[in-house]
Design a binder for this molecule. Sequence first.
Ligand code: DNO
Length: 345
Amino acid sequence: MITFRWFGLRDSIPLAYIRQIPAVRGIVSALFEIPVGEAWTLDRLARLRAEVEDHGMTLEVIESVPVHEDIKLGRPTRDRLIDNYCESIRNMGRAGVRVLCYNFMPVFDWMRTELAHPLVDGSTALAYDDAALTKVDLSRGTADLPGWATAYSASELDGLLDSYSSVDGKKLWENLGYFLERVVPVAASSRVRLALHPDDPPWSIFGLPRIITSGAALERVIGIVDDPANGITFCAGSLAADAGNDLVDIIQCIGGRERIHFAHCRNIRRTGVRSFEETAHPSDHGDIDMRAVLTALHEAGFDGPIRSDHGRMIWGESGQPGYGLYDRALGAMYLQGLWEGITGE
Ligand code: DNO
């Protein structure tokens, strides 16, 4: 099913507009107002679901319940925070929302160095260049980071980065394992499928460890707790930023074991080593063969939610970087057309 991300009532794009994109029937959303670490209540989740259903669509995915840094750092407070996470999962199950997309990236979620990078057709898109990232000054906290959603002051950021000096990749894997061993059984009994999002971009930034960067890493994740509830989000654009990642191969391996629970399908063009620009969704605009991706997903038995991902800014639109209406709607239609051609549905 083709889905669309909606940032709740604070989103400048109303559900009524999303409903008018012919392909889209499912919504991907979250409770953005709940502080990280607190449990999500059934009441709030049920209200979100009702809001979506009132507009003739279904709430297919929660993206994301953020994982508190203390869990990633393995601090003693993690047990209480994991209990809260489990409570959010139980309430998702009770509210009838079946897929939870989350990530395990230290401090920063997705990262770009440009939010309005000009493309040849006159549109703008998000872009990343490792050389530019090394020039970003973190002494003012996150103030100089383009589009970064979670604001940290200089001292908060300093403290966090400092705490990670004792957490390398190995430790981060251990902490992920500790988390999964506790949340997966709860997800399984709540009939919620966990879908870990790969790191974006899939390499270390600012000296912080990043571990969910390749097919091998995703395979390792699903092996930590061998349960269908322990799955992944297949994010084409994130994984493709590293030319070493063979998307079809990854889908065949993870999808063949029925562990892909959600798919983000956007395109990118690699502009150098550790450097890329986001493009329009169709295959001939970037480095990703989208038909091959969707064919592999279908052949692996995937029939879960798919969403168009970051869109360019086109037709004079301004809005949240990557999350305007127009280009994501074009992407949704393209994905639906490909999917129909491949599956007949
Ligand atoms: C970026 C998104 C990510 C994603 C999280 C999942 O646009 O794909 O921010 O939502 O990493 O937890």
